[in-house]
Design a protein around this ligand. Structure first.
Ligand code: CTP
Ligand code: MG
Length: 222
C-alpha cells in the first residue's frame, strides 16, 4: 500500500482579482503552493507527490521546484475535478493505495493533520478535516428568516483522503465537476470520517485572505 499526495494548483484564482493565480503569489517568503508541497515532501510516509499545474506554468515551475523522483508535475483541466482526474490518471495508483487530495490554496497544512487522516483511513475509505459551524445559520425565504440547526453541519477542508479505487471509480463514473472530492464518493455510500480541521487550513479565496494567512504562516515558521 502506497500513499500519494495530489496538490491541485491549476486554477486561475479569478476571485482574488489579481493577474497571477493565487497559488503562485508569494506568502511569508515563498509561493503559496510551496508551503503544502514542502510539508508533503518532508513527510517520509508520503511515497509520491503529484503537483497539478496550469499547462502554461509547467516549465517555469519545473525549473524552480526541487523534489527529486518523488515529485511529478502534470497539467490540470478547466475545472477542479478535471485537475484531480488528471493526477489520478498520471499516478495509476493501486486500488488500496491512499490518495490525499489537497488544494494548493490552503498553505497551512501541518503534519498533525496528515497523521490524523492516515489514522482515520485505517478504518474508513475516506476522511477529511472539518470545523463545526460557529455562527448562527439562517435560511432566507422572501422577507422572513428561519434558523437552521447547525449541530450536524461542518465546514470541510482539505487534504481529503481516499482509498484510490474509491475515488478513481467515483470520478470516472461521473464526468461532472464536484464541490469537493468527498462529494464524488458520497453517492457511493463510502464510509467517511471527519477529523479536526483548523483555521490555519483555511483557503485563500479573496485578495483580503492573503494578509491573515500570511500572519498565520509567519507563526508556523517560528
Ligand atoms: N484548481 C485546479 N484546477 C482548476 C480549478 C481549481 O487545480 N481547474 C485548484 C486551485 O488551484 C485551488 C483549488 O483547486 O488550489 C481550490 O479551488 P479554488 O479556490 O476555487 O481556486 P480557483 O479555481 O483557482 O479560484 P477561483 O474559483 O476564484 O477562480
Ligand atoms: Mg474555483
Amino acid at each position: 500500500m502506497r500513499i500519494h499526495a495530489i496538490i491541485v494548483a491549476a486554477g486561475s484564482g479569478s476571485r482574488t482579482g489579481r493577474k497571477l493565480p493565487k497559488q503562485f503569489e508569494s506568502l511569508a517568503g515563498k509561493p503559496v503552493y510551496r508551503w503544502s508541497l514542502d510539508t508533503f515532501l518532508a513527510d517520509e510516509r508520503i511515497d509520491t507527490v503529484c503537483l497539478v499545474l496550469p499547462a502554461g506554468h509547467l516549465n517555469e515551475i519545473r525549473a524552480e521546484t526541487p523534489g527529486g523522483h518523488r515529485l511529478s508535475l502534470v497539467a490540470g483541466g478547466g475545472e477542479r475535478s478535471e485537475s484531480v482526474r488528471s493526477a489520478v490518471q498520471a499516478l495509476t495508483p493501486a486500488d488500496d493505495d491512499i490518495l490525499l487530495v489537497h488544494d494548493a490554496a490552503r498553505p497551512g497544512l501541518e503534519t498533525d493533520t496528515i497523521t490524523a487522516l492516515l489514522k482515520a483511513m485505517e478504518i474508513h475509505s475516506a476522511a477529511a478535516p472539518a470545523l463545526p459551524m460557529i455562527d448562527a445559520l439562517k435560511r432566507r425565504s422572501g422577507s422572513t428568516l428561519e434558523t437552521v440547526n447547525r449541530s450536524d453541519l461542518y465546514r470541510v477542508q482539505t487534504p481529503q483522503a481516499f482509498r484510490a479505487g474509491v475515488l478513481a471509480s467515483a470520478l470516472s463514473h461521473n464526468g461532472r465537476n464536484f464541490v469537493d472530492d468527498l462529494e464524488a464518493v458520497e453517492a457511493q455510500g463510502a464510509s467517511a470520517a471527519l477529523i479536526e480541521g483548523s483555521e490555519r487550513l483555511s483557503k485563500i479565496t479573496f485578495a483580503s485572505d492573503f494578509d491573515k494567512m500570511g500572519e498565520m504562516m509567519d507563526r508556523q515558521k517560528t
